[in-house]
Design a protein around this ligand. Structure first.
Ligand code: UD1
Length: 360
């Protein structure tokens, strides 16, 4: 079976790593990695391949940045050519980024089967580009690999056939456990943030990059106000995404000295910091799940989440995006640690279950 495994943007790399590793156990599977080039900076892309022990991609499509239309189209044109040349039996896409959408449409039109890993998640917020990507990908996929029960329910409601939906668990958590184990035997002295962490043992770890939060001056200023307030009580470690860096400069947003602005971090170094944080504040999808799996309190800087299990069972709370709601969620989280338990099948074996389904 010839398989193309697609990755384009940072959160994809963590998800394909366990799928790729597990594929090596099957002699009948030839799994090739396609990097669309949606993310291309060293610290957004190559650093992750090294950190996650992924081999160099077999194919690089060099799409780069652009508007949604331009980026999606560039990936589609390049991937169509690749599909013609390679004629794979199956294309595996993960998550909800533009590369996921672009490659699933191309494969399906070329009569190649599509497997979507992390299918069925819904924020029900169509102002999020990722929600559109998720819905379109799920409307044409042949295999739906689901991370939590809500995914299965959403897919059934949308009329997807039950026999094609497989509740396998979460490959993001497979990767997290694998990497956390490696970190157990490492003191972190080689990380650029080692000294920062040594000096501050009670800190908040922050990530922020959603267009809805950083692409307008009003919303970015509102969030920055709350963060500057929080920084009077605790230092904040903030690896800054390139989109956020650009908007910070454009809107002239200033952060207090107690907010440590860092370059984007590799997977292990980010984990080294957030696993011991008093609190994680984030608008990322993956960190909501990863903090739940590690029992670290998390305030999500959004009005909704497509990952409701992290709230129902996990450590996550929705902090909203207004300064008052963010400050309230921060204070509540500091006062009382939320009870939590591990969501079903988040046990590090999702990739194993995926290949069992695919290889019968
Ligand atoms: C993308 C995903 C988002 C994911 C995020 C994680 C979509 C629709 N969005 O958003 O779901 O959470 O990745 O990072 O697919 N840039 C660089 N270097 C890079 C990549 C981007 O400087 O390597 C800059 C460019 O100026 C670009 C901007 O960041 O315009 C945004 O990049 P883009 O890939 O369009 O979206 P993300 O915000 O990264």
């Amino acid at each position: 079976m010839k398989v193309l495994l697609i990755a384009g943007a940072r959160p994809n790399f963590m998800k394909i790593a366990p799928i790729y590793r597990e594929s090596l156990k099957y002699d009948q599977v030839e799994c090739r990695i396609v990097h669309t080039g949606q993310h291309y900076d060293y610290d957004m892309s190559q650093a992750f391949f090294e950190d996650l022990e992924l081999p160099e991609p077999d194919f690089f499509l060099n799409a780069g940045s652009g508007t949604h239309g331009v980026q999606t189209a560039k990936i589609m044109v390049a991937f169509e050519k690749l599909c013609e040349e390679e004629r794979p039996d199956l294309v595996i896409v993960v998550g909800d980024v533009n590369s996921t959408l672009a490659c699933s449409i191309v494969a399906k039109k070329a009569l190649i089967e599509v497997a979507h890993v992390e299918a069925g998640l819904r924020s029900f917020d169509l102002t999020m580009p990722e929600e559109i990507n998720r819905m379109v990908t799920d409307s044409i996929s042949d295999y739906f690999f689901v991370t939590e029960e809500s995914g299965e329910k959403n897919l059934l409601k949308e009329g997807r056939p039950k026999e094609k939906i497989h509740f396998v668990g979460n490959v993001m958590i497979d990767n997290l456990f694998y990497q956390a184990k490696k970190l157990e035997n490492y003191d972190g002295k080689g990380f650029s943030t080692f000294k920062l962490k040594e000096k501050n043992n009670d800190y908040v770890f922050l990530t922020l990059h959603r267009p809805s939060n950083v692409d307008t001056k009003e919303s970015f200023e509102e969030i920055a106000f709350a963060l500057n307030q929080i920084a009077t009580e605790r230092p904040i470690f903030f690896p800054v995404h390139p989109r956020t860096r650009k908007m910070m400069e454009q809107f002239d947003i200033s952060f207090s000295e107690n907010i440590h602005l860092l370059s984007p971090l590799g997977f292990k170094e980010a984990l080294f910091l957030w696993k011991d944080a008093a609190l994680v504040m984030t608008d990322s999808g993956g960190l909501q799940e990863e903090t739940t799996a590690m029992g670290v309190p998390c305030v999500t800087l959004r009005e909704n989440t497509e990952r409701p299990i992290t709230i129902a069972m996990g450590t996550n709370v929705l902090g909203g995006t207004s300064k008052d709601s963010i400050l309230k969620s921060y204070r509540d989280s500091m006062k009382k640690k939320k009870e939590f338990s591990m969501p079903p099948k988040w046990d590090g074996r999702a990739a194993e279950r995926i290949w069992k389904v695919l290889c019968g």
